[in-house]
Design a protein around this ligand. Structure first.
Ligand SMILES: [Zn+2]
Length: 239
């Protein structure tokens, strides 16, 4: 405990990717959120007589800022020869074969292609996106069949911080980087989005259907994605 502030125990707010410590500061005039020195938890400074729940709600509203900082903190992992990247949770080495064919092939734990060296990263990323589209489309079709719903369209992107989103018109959009994650993480996101085809909320009926479609520990998959997500978002980035 410091002389100027009062610390509370760590909160694990499901809306935020890191545990959060609240601290009442007698001279604080507004809520302030930052990372602690370790980068492993958040510190929320509150003015005296703050409402704890309102303060946590405000911190949760800063989620996008927190996630962007976490992504920045991860080292970039460019798609270059001899780099090792995760694909479906397995470590795969990238290999450029000078004078080899341009076609990208996955064989054992090596993802290889030839063609011009300058086009290597672009070609590998195109393969990863195509692999993501195939895998996520197949997972989605299977989950939709089990849920007895239709999915109008599956699209693949890399926008924003969301891993998946389901529109009211019945299209589901995924981040292609899900194909880098262990399969259970990817399948949980699919179960989550397909369950939104039935319930456009996160209520108890939604949770029950999500659990039924996933066949696993949804909470564990969610927290694993939260932990590895920032690293996955650095794959293919050079800065
Ligand atoms: Zn949702």
């Amino acid at each position: 405990m410091s002389s100027t502030g009062r610390s509370e125990a760590l909160h694990h707010d499901p809306r935020l990717p890191l545990p959060i410590a609240l601290r009442i500061h007698p001279r604080a005039r507004r809520l302030k959120l930052r990372f602690d020195e370790s980068g492993q938890r958040l510190l929320l400074t509150c003015p005296p007589r703050s409402n704890r729940r309102a303060a946590l709600d405000w911190a949760a509203s800063q989620r996008l800022w927190v996630e962007a900082r976490l992504v920045e903190a991860e080292p970039a992992q460019p798609l270059e020869p001899d780099a090792v990247i995760p694909i479906e949770g397995r470590d795969i080495r990238l290999s450029w074969i000078e004078g080899g064919p341009r076609l990208v092939t996955l064989s054992g734990d090596v993802l290889a292609c030839g063609g011009p060296r300058e086009a290597f990263a672009r070609r590998i990323e195109a393969w990863l996106r195509a692999h993501a589209r195939r895998t996520l489309s197949a997972d989605t079709a299977e989950a939709a069949r089990r849920a007895g719903v239709t999915v109008r369209r599956v699209t693949i992107g890399d926008a924003g911080t969301r891993w998946g989103s389901c529109s009211a018109s019945g299209s589901i959009r995924y981040n292609w980087r899900l194909v880098l994650a262990p399969p259970e993480v990817r399948r949980w996101v699919v179960a989550h989005e397909v369950a939104h085809r039935v319930h456009m909320n996160h209520g108890p009926a939604f949770k029950a259907l999500e659990g039924q479609l996933f066949d696993g520990d949804a909470e564990a998959a969610r927290s694993l994605l939260r932990r590895i997500g920032p690293g996955l978002k650095r794959v293919g980035r050079s800065l």
